[in-house]
Design a protein around this ligand. Structure first.
Ligand SMILES: Nc1nc2c(ncn2[C@@H]2O[C@H](COP(=O)(O)OP(=O)(O)OP(=O)(O)O)[C@@H](O)[C@H]2O)c(=O)[nH]1
Ligand SMILES: [Mg+2]
Length: 628
């Protein structure tokens, strides 16, 4: 398809020269708005100034006398005038207020004090539909209402969620039939659009395991001119030995490419509390300047509610209001769609609120296509461990091992559960693919000529999700195919990641680490690699620079040379080594006690790039996102 071209025409209206060459008194004149009349009695007033062209704007100069003789207003008349003007200005103000209220967007999302909501998920409380979110036993509801304790009520669904049950609020896909649907990105934008006109601090959350899939790029539509801080969640899940400095730099680079200006970037874990102190201190700092509402936004399941809970836990040490708020905190769970309505939390001594919001349902994530009971399989529970192919230790049979040894992964297909299939069309004999994602999904390597048959036979059995024959029969299949052509000029480093939205990513190394030492054919390395990625139709993939994870990731990562201007505008960070923590020692950081967490907050504030490194990383395709 021919690339779309856009033409931009700019018409400039000619400057009128006479206007510039003729400095009429107009240019020197300034107009003032009709001001509120200030009555000021002066006993020795100078004669009134001669009338000028602006005099009709300044209706009564401050020094102008109110009059003399019998026509002068009496003290009583002045008092009546004062009260009349006060009453009329009150009327104008009220009318203005009403107009503003009317102008608010139709879907204005305010936390209603009239409708009681479940404190766990924000769904309005109801006593009629036992299967729907917000359900409370009628007796309990009446009793709590009588004692004005509806704010302390947790709905039936939240009770189950808090006991580890997986109940999605989505209608269909095995969720509540007729249950409340997820919030769409458009809905969230519309409902939070009022924030553009208010003072608020927008905390945008992105899941590190699904960085591209969970990144709501159009957050600027919601935030307007309000400051945004970017909080990257779940960094405790990154592989052992990961260098946070490299990951921080990678996040900043990616954010800059998305043209999103953020105040600062924080790498956090709500589980180990790493980085939370940094965010709290930034919020406190901003709060001192302005009276802020703090609004969290992000896609479903990025960890918004968990982050609020971690923040409250951190603040509770010093702030009794935060400590009290912990009692009725939002529910967090592994199913996307836990929070259903805005939850307002009084979190700061001396005012200030935090809002937890429902996550945006993104149709391009794997969570949108799997059955609700399979959703937990998509959520990694422990630190990720890359699974590399080829892997000679676990090669299934001698024939396969022999084939791989002579010709690498060429002619093989890899299945990631039942959700992804990668056909390896053309790679180097040394090429290695490393999968990072939830352990529940098994990875299987089969010759491509047997792949169709294998998928049909094993879907729902070996290849899960979908789990079980019934769900396999209902499964939509891997309808979309992406042809990838990857060209890397630096055979020593990973070429790219192929990120599968809502699942994880695959790092493509033209020449795997163990094979790098062996004799390499230099000519061969300049050839492009060719893969086909098959996924369910709505799911998207992103081809991106490799996320530097694990020990090797840090060793091979290259900081980009920055210009002075770039250094100025770029969100920067403190080097953790200055805080006494070796950059590579993530394990130490995670094992640290909460008291030490203040030190561990990787607040990204100031960082200059290592000048000795030059970018030699080249990808053979123009965009970081593969478009269908
Ligand atoms: N390991 C780890 N898990 C986390 C972290 N933060 C959240 N989680 C888990 O991620 C899942 C989703 O967390 P929630 O806080 O419910 O996510 P949410 O963004 O509020 O989701 P919705 O309300 O559905 O929009 C839960 O299982 C959490 O335990 C984290 O920092 N580390
Ligand atoms: Mg939530």
């Amino acid at each position: 398809m021919a690339p779309k071209t856009f033409s931009l025409s700019i018409s400039l209206s000619p400057l009128s020269l006479p206007h510039l060459t003729n400095p009429t008194p107009k240019l020197l004149r300034f107009y003032t708005k009709p001001t509120t009349l200030i009555l000021c009695k002066s006993t020795s007033s100078p004669p009134p100034p001669p009338p000028t062209s602006e005099s009709h704007h300044l209706s009564v100069p401050i020094s102008e006398p109110d009059g003399i003789g019998s026509a002068a207003p009496t003290r009583g008349e002045l008092l009546i005038q004062y009260h009349q003007s006060k009453a009329s200005s009150k009327l104008v103000l009220e009318a203005d207020k009403k107009r503003k209220k009317k102008d608010k967007p139709s879907g204005y999302w305010k936390v209603s004090s009239k409708v009681a909501s479940c404190y766990g998920c924000g769904a309005p409380l109801q006593t009629s539909d036992t299967d729907s979110p917000g359900y409370v036993e009628p007796d309990t509801f009446e009793l709590k209402k009588k004692h004005r304790q509806l704010k302390t009520v947790l709905c039936g669904r939240c009770r189950l969620l808090s006991h580890g049950h997986m109940i999605t609020a989505v209608g269909g896909n095995g969720g509540y039939s007729g249950g409340k649907q997820f919030v769409t990105a458009e809905e969230l934008r519309e409902k939070l659009s009022h924030l553009r006109h208010e003072k608020a601090l927008i905390v945008k959350l992105v899941d590190i395991v699904d960085f591209n899939g969970s990144f709501l790029a159009r957050v600027r539509d919601i935030a307007g001119a309000n400051p945004i801080i970017l909080v990257v969640t779940k960094v405790d899940l990154l592989p052992k030995g990961t260098d946070f400095n490299c990951v921080g730099d990678w996040v900043v680079e990616t954010t800059m490419k998305k043209k999103l200006n953020v105040l600062s970037v924080h790498l956090t874990s709500s589980k180990s509390l790493v980085g939370i102190a940094g965010v709290v201190s930034e919020i406190q700092k901003e709060k001192k300047v302005l009276h802020f509402s703090i609004c969290k936004c992000g896609s479903a399941n990025v960890g918004k509610s968990a982050f609020i809970n971690a923040m409250l836990k951190m603040m509770a040490r010093k702030d009794p209001v935060a400590a009290a708020a912990q009692k009725y905190k939002p529910i967090q769970s592994a199913v996307p769609g836990t929070t259903l309505g805005p939850i307002q939390i009084e979190a700061f001594l001396g005012g200030g609120k935090v809002y937890d919001t429902p996550g945006v349902h993104l149709h391009h994530r794997q969570a949108a296509v799997v059955h609700s009971e399979d959703l937990p399989a998509l959520a990694p529970r422990s630190r990720l461990r890359g699974q590399s192919f080829p892997n000679f230790q676990v090669s299934s049979d001698e024939r396969t091992a022999g084939k791989i040894e002579s010709n690498g992964l060429n002619g093989f297909s890899i299945f990631w559960g039942g959700l992804v299939r990668i056909d390896i069309l053309k790679v180097l004999p040394q090429t290695c693919l490393t999968f990072y994602g939830p352990k529940a999904l098994q990875i299987h390597l089969v010759p491509t000529d047997k792949a169709d048959e294998f998928y049909q036979k094993e879907l729902g059995v070996l290849l899960t999700p979908p789990t079980g024959k019934q769900r396999a029969d209902d499964w939509m299949g891997l309808e979309t195919e992406h042809q990838l052509r990857i060209k890397s000029e630096d055979r020593e480093r990973p070429a790219c990641d192929v990120a599968i939205s809502g699942l994880g990513w695959i790092t493509v190394e033209p020449m795997g680490k163990s094979l790098r030492m062996s004799e390499a054919n230099f000519e061969e390395t300049s050839e492009e690699l060719q893969l086909t990625v098959r996924i369910p139709k709505p799911v998207e993939i992103f081809v991106r620079p490799p996320l530097p994870v694990g020990k090797a990731g840090g060793e091979l990562y290259q900081y980009r040379e920055l210009t002075e201007k770039e250094q100025e505008v770029r969100p920067k960070w403190d080097d953790v080594t200055t805080q006494g923590i070796p950059p590579n020692d993530l394990t130490g950081a995670f094992n640290a006690l909460p008291e030490q967490v203040g030190l561990l907050g990787l607040q990204i504030l100031s960082r200059s790039a290592s000048s000795s490194l030059v970018t030699s990383f080249v990808l053979g395709f123009g965009t970081s996102r593969v478009l269908r």
